[in-house]
Write a protein that binds this ligand. Structure first.
Ligand SMILES: NC(=O)c1ccc[n+]([C@@H]2O[C@H](COP(=O)([O-])OP(=O)(O)OC[C@H]3O[C@@H](n4cnc5c(N)ncnc54)[C@H](O)[C@@H]3O)[C@@H](O)[C@H]2O)c1
Length: 374
């Protein structure tokens, strides 16, 4: 009996790690018995490339032609070198993007294609941006389930098998009507009501599970609604906060599809991309968690319109509520508590509402001037 108990203790320690160790307990055990997430028979660590070998990470961005990916590639290329950052998507890139650095076709539903790209390019960091966003996902649940859940499984397995550092963005949409909404902390009830939200909670949990089970270096930030000047949003509930600037400059009129008092957390794209790089570079021992809220500001359409009217007093804003988007927004956080990110790895936003408005107007009006001159 004591022998059996001792044996069971050894097995337990092998499977769960020693009591003092909170992460990477299973990497060695799993890989030594040739059992990877996809049951690859070779030693998975064979594929991983350490930083000292390359100086810079070799980066792959999936879903890179959306609102955020091109800006991310630009920032990472500045830091790590143009050829060390590969942008990928299933769409045809505009020529400016195609000529700005390596671009490759990659469908995240094609596991073998993904593996080939990672192996042939000796990828060490993966930013997984492919997704169907909240409003688009509700209009096509089967596709959203496939891209956001099956696609994520492919990414997790590839990342675990090849020793990659993996970033997956989550969202304010990972919370639901039963979550505390003002403010919403990192850890609380998460019962979202959209396929987008459900798939993002799944991504958070699966990433954290792979971290504990296989030692995957998974890092995740819950982004608020992201506002950008040079790229358009891909069908989310916070899109109005980008569209208002374009319509204000173009026609001086904007029709908002959310109620004037709908408060949602928001962030300017430069802050979002910088946070993404900072959490990827954060030393492991500063991260007590693998999924963090980040925030910059919180406003309603009415407050955004009023602040914008200080610069453009002639702007007319009307409201025609889209009930699908409104129901989604009403279940999301109003204010996001990102104190853990601030405390642990030094997150700090640069852009508040007045600064955001000035930056957007400067960018869009200079673009309009250039277009008129041509
Ligand atoms: N933009 C925001 O406000 C925001 C907020 C929170 C979280 N996020 C997250 O950030 C990430 C990037 O967001 P975004 O706004 O750039 O999204 P987007 O919708 O603009 O772009 C997503 C990209 O994924 C690509 N894609 C779709 N199916 C694919 C497939 N099978 N294989 C490969 N690529 C595929 C699309 O072609 C598209 O270019 C997403 O994961 C999103 O959930 C964005």
């Amino acid at each position: 009996m004591p022998v059996l108990r001792a044996l069971s203790k050894v097995v337990k320690q092998t499977l769960l790690g020693s009591p003092g160790c909170s992460c990477q307990p299973l990497t060695v055990a799993v890989r030594n018995i040739s059992f990877s997430p996809r049951q690859v028979t070779s030693d998975a660590s064979f594929h991983s490339v350490s930083f000292s070998e390359t100086d810079h990470p070799k980066v792959l961005i999936t879903g890179g032609l959306g609102q955020l990916g091109v800006g991310l590639a630009k920032m990472l290329r500045k830091k790590f070198g143009k050829n060390n950052v590969i942008l990928s998507d299933i769409r045809k890139p505009p020529s400016s993007v195609f000529h700005s650095g390596p671009f490759i076709y990659s469908d995240i539903l094609d596991y073998k294609n993904l593996r080939e790209i990672v192996v042939n390019n000796r990828i060490t960091w993966l930013f997984h941006y492919s997704a169907l966003l909240s409003a688009v996902g509700e209009a096509n649940v089967a596709l959203a389930r496939s891209v956001n859940i099956t696609g994520l499984h492919n990414i997790l397995d590839i990342a675990a098998e090849h020793g990659l550092r993996l970033f997956v963005p989550s969202t304010i949409g990972a919370f639901g009507p039963t979550s505390p909404r003002n403010p919403t902390p990192d850890l609380c009830v998460q019962r979202p009501r959209t396929i987008y939200g459900v798939s993002k909670v799944h991504a958070e949990l699966m990433g954290e599970y792979y971290h504990h089970r296989y030692g995957l270096d998974f890092r995740c930030l819950r982004y608020p609604g992201i506002i950008s000047a040079d790229s358009m949003p891909g069908g989310g509930t916070t899109d109005y906060a980008v569209q208002i600037f374009h319509d204000a400059i173009k026609s001086g009129k904007f029709e908002c599809n959310l109620r004037p008092d709908t408060r949602l957390p928001m962030m300017y794209i430069d802050d979002c991309l910088r946070a993404t790089l900072e959490v990827m570079e954060a030393p492991v021992d500063t991260l007590s968690m693998r999924t963090y809220n980040i925030n910059a500001m919180s406003f309603t359409p009415e407050e955004l319109a009023q602040e914008l009217q200080k610069q453009m007093p002639e702007l007319e804003v009307t409201y025609d509520v889209d009930h699908v988007r409104q129901a989604i927004a009403d279940s999301w956080p109003m204010n996001f508590d990102d104190s853990n990110a601030r405390k642990e790895w030094g997150w700090k936003h640069d852009y508040d509402l007045p600064e955001l408005i000035q930056t957007m107007l400067n960018y869009l009006s200079s673009e309009t001037r250039v277009a008129r001159a041509n």
